[in-house]
Design a protein around this ligand. Structure first.
Ligand SMILES: Cc1cc2nc3c(=O)[nH]c(=O)nc-3n(C[C@H](O)[C@H](O)[C@H](O)COP(=O)(O)OP(=O)(O)OC[C@H]3O[C@@H](n4cnc5c(N)ncnc54)[C@H](O)[C@@H]3O)c2cc1C
Length: 317
């Protein structure tokens, strides 16, 4: 970013941001579960929906590119970092409402984009509401989960989303129904490269009344399955690749003999081949090279081109 634009942006944003929430050159490795990548040129911790709109209007006026991060659990930041303004939507904007009845007998819970899925799923369980058991162990925010249409164990966000409030990059609010969100496997209108970019402010989920004990049992069982199958103590971004038609990426990778394959500090997990992990302090270049090696080998051996599920952002050094 040009120095003059950078100075104007910082000056305009400062009155909108609480102390220590507007920073320069913030290493994004601390804001992603993979723990790699360069710095955000300007970093802003979002603390309110109205502030988010104002911040976006300013960035829009100055033609500054905007990047959005939730918990960074599905994001790979390149080593050269992210130019422009990076907005972190996390604990500062993370309210979860009390459930309210819907005309059809279900209950609605609204969560701000920065709320963790675990918090949302627990709030639903506390109220004996069923439908979000699958989400309790997914380490993302509501914003990231809606953008990605996150899912597990037969459930996904699109099954329970009732509506979403979003804001455009120019700061205009819109309310969308589930159909408007154009959900598909691990994507939505928020991640559609052909659509104008929008940011989720909050989402409302419609949940049925269920048996509180059964809901807790299901959540515990899903978490136990995760602990057993996934390398949860290693820096990673979950399944690195989308599920290919008719199979699982992990099975294909394992069948190609790639478990343990290493590039620098990144390797294919021995526990679950679908997880590429940063187990020896690697950088983004290691990780990207490992992705490419896995893709190429699987392509040569099976004719399947694996597509990354992880969102890759930023620039090379
Ligand atoms: C150990 C582990 C296990 C996982 N298991 C699963 C699983 O079972 N199922 C699954 O689906 N995923 C899984 N994931 C991946 C990840 O947790 C999900 O994709 C999650 O929904 C991402 O949320 P996030 O807040 O971390 O998103 P981020 O990584 O911060 O962002 C992901 C994308 O969403 C966009 N985004 C984030 N917030 C907003 C917002 N407010 N508005 C608009 N766009 C936004 C970002 O710009 C980016 O494009 C796993 C990851 C890990 C590390």
């Amino acid at each position: 970013m040009e120095e003059a634009v950078r100075a104007e942006l910082l000056e305009a944003l400062r009155p909108l941001c609480k102390r220590k929430t507007l920073l320069e050159n913030v290493p994004l490795s601390s804001y992603t579960t993979l723990g790699v990548g360069g710095a955000a040129e300007i970093f802003c911790e979002v603390t309110a929906a109205e502030q988010l709109k104002e911040v976006l209007r300013i960035a829009w006026r100055l033609s500054v590119p905007v990047t959005v991060l939730g918990n960074g659990s599905n994001t790979l930041v390149r080593d050269g970092g992210v130019p422009g303004l990076t907005l972190h939507i996390g604990e500062g904007m993370a309210e979860v409402s009390q459930p309210v009845p819907l005309p059809d007998g279900r209950m609605a819970i609204t969560a701000q984009a920065g709320a963790s899925l675990a918090r949302l799923a627990n709030a639903a369980a506390d109220a004996s509401l069923t439908g979000l058991e699958f989400a309790g162990g997914i380490p993302g925010t509501v914003g990231g989960a809606v953008a990605m249409n996150a899912g597990a164990y037969g459930g996904e966000i699109s099954d329970v989303l009732l509506g979403a409030t979003c804001v455009s990059l120019s700061g205009e609010s819109s309310h969308y129904t589930k159909d408007d969100m154009r959900f598909a496997y691990r994507t939505s209108r928020l991640n559609d490269p052909r659509a104008p970019r929008e940011i989720l402010v909050s989402a409302t989920f419609a949940l049925a009344l269920g048996d509180g004990d059964a809901i807790r049992v299901a959540m515990r069982e899903f978490n136990a399955r995760r602990r057993e199958k996934q390398p949860l103590t290693m820096p990673c971004c979950g399944s690195t690749f989308k599920r290919p038609q008719g199979g699982f990426a992990g099975t294909l990778i394992e069948n190609c003999g790639l478990k343990g394959l290493r590039v620098g500090g990144a390797s294919v997990s021995m526990q679950h081949a679908g997880f590429l992990i940063n187990d020896e302090n690697g950088n983004a270049s290691d990780y990207l090279a490992l992705i490419a090696k896995v893709q190429q080998t699987v392509w040569e051996k099976t004719g399947v081109m694996l597509e990354p599920e992880v969102r890759i952002i930023g620039v090379d050094p």
